[in-house]
Ligand binder design. Structure first.
Ligand code: SF4
Length: 301
């Protein structure tokens, strides 16, 4: 039997990333010679960023904005992760034209967090708790909706520390949200710990805010990882979703390897009769998965 390679049909960009890249490419083709500045990387994938930079997309940080405005470079893209309200104010004050690519799923989450916060304020207080990665762009955008007055928990251990140091009180009412790309299993664990801790568990409202595209991908990817001898997981090193999905594959198939591009592949990972599965995160382009798969198929073992 020879080595076979299959690409996971459910891997590749999610709808939010496809939409953002489409908007960037449209803007650049409609404004030849005018660069578009993306506030943070439009996608956590170095290969795709390089492709888009050849078309005129430049990744910048908030600190760069005054200098860009002074130089008359005033086209700004807000990526699918979204931004806090102060970013929009800053961009408007500096005269930027904003191409807003915030994913509709994230926009709804931002709106729901604002509404929950106002509800708590109007009815005697409580805490907005967000399960997400501290400092992640989407989480910064979410926390910004409530002026920073939210508790961000990264995992069960951090949550337990907040319960014991009084950051979250037993008599509190809690509105719980998740960053869109977190693991559904871990979110359920966080909700379970909170519910068991509160004096009145009915004071906990758990919002179902994990992106459905991500949630579906978890179950499909589990099947994919189990049905292959070797799993090659392709994603950028800074992709939060990539880290979660790689961890999921690795927990199911010990022969799972993480790479950013075909240059990271190692011959010794493969045996001649292996069934190899190639998959990736919501930020991994299909063309990169295809390139990796064809490289593996061409290996002489
Ligand atoms: S993962 Fe879901 S919420 Fe996040 S950008 Fe993609 S489609 Fe939108």
């Amino acid at each position: 039997m020879a080595l076979t390679v299959e690409i996971d049909p459910h891997s590749g960009f999610c709808g939010g990333v496809i939409r953002a890249i489409g908007s960037a490419e449209r803007f650049l083709s409609e404004h030849p010679g005018r660069p578009l500045h993306s506030l943070g990387a439009i996608v956590h994938n170095e290969e795709e960023l390089e492709r888009l930079s050849r078309q005129g997309l430049v990744t910048v940080s908030k600190e760069d904005l005054p200098g860009l405005a002074a130089a008359g470079l005033t086209s700004l893209l807000i990526r699918a992760h979204g931004e806090p309200p102060e970013t929009y104010r800053l961009a408007s004050n500096l005269g930027f034209e904003v191409v807003d690519c915030t994913c509709p799923v994230v926009l709804k989450l931002q709106k729901d967090i604002r509404a929950a916060y106002e509800r708590l304020q109007a009815t005697g207080g409580g805490r907005v708790v967000i399960f997400g990665r501290i400092g992640h762009a989407e989480v910064l955008g979410l926390v910004g909706q409530v002026g920073g007055d939210a508790v961000v928990v990264e995992d069960a251990q951090m949550l337990r520390a907040f319960l014991s140091d009084g950051t979250i009180r037993r008599d509190a009412r809690i509105e719980l949200f998740s960053q869109t790309t977190k693991s559904p299993e871990e979110y359920a664990e966080i909700a379970g710990i909170l519910s068991a801790f509160l004096a009145d568990p009915s004071g906990l409202t758990v919002h179902d805010t994990i992106c459905q595209q991500v949630a579906r991908r978890h179950s499909k990817l589990s099947e994919f990882a189990l049905s292959h001898d070797v799993v090659i997981f392709v994603s950028g090193t800074t992709s939060s979703n990539g880290q979660v999905l790689f961890g999921l594959c690795k927990s199911l198939n010990i022969r799972t390897f993480h790479i950013s591009s075909e240059a990271d592949l190692r011959k010794e990972w493969f045996r001649p009769d292996d069934r190899v599965g190639v998959c990736g995160a919501t930020s991994t382009p299909k063309w990169l998965l295809e390139r990796v798969a064809s490289h593996i198929a061409g290996l002489s073992l």
